[in-house]
Design a protein around this ligand. Sequence first.
Ligand SMILES: [Ca+2]
Length: 163
Amino acid sequence: MASFTYEVFDGTAHSAPATVTIDVQPSAGVPPTVESVRINDGSVQRSMVTSLTITFNTVVTYVNGAFRLENKNSGVPLSGWTLTDISSDNKTIVRIAFPAAAGFVGSSLADGSYLLTILAEDVAAAGHSLDGDNNGDAGGNYGFGRRRTTSSASLAIAMVIAL
Ligand SMILES: [Ca+2]
């Protein structure tokens, strides 16, 4: 909390003094985390995987390249999918959807196992990178599914979609 008092002087007269108070909030000091990753609308039925919805626990900034989806077996990254920001007022939410195009089946992922990664250094809030492993410190891996990558602090979330 800080305040100061000022007067305005136009060369002739002084205004009444006025006080301005500024409430300076410290940085939250807590890096953002992934709150959830939802497949389709969240139902168990997964014969078609038409979307992935990633919800962060707060408003974050990110670059589209933060999100990577690859075939788990071949390691080949998928391209052509779309990323849409569907954020609510106080949380960043992004949705990955798949086109009706080559490499996909009717706007669904083709059968296979896939790995979704979110690069921690490409997601941030209040100056803190994503805390993928949810240990309170920026950076680190978050594992969702059977495969977890430990080689890079930048890999924040790993999810296997087994179809
Ligand atoms: Ca961490």
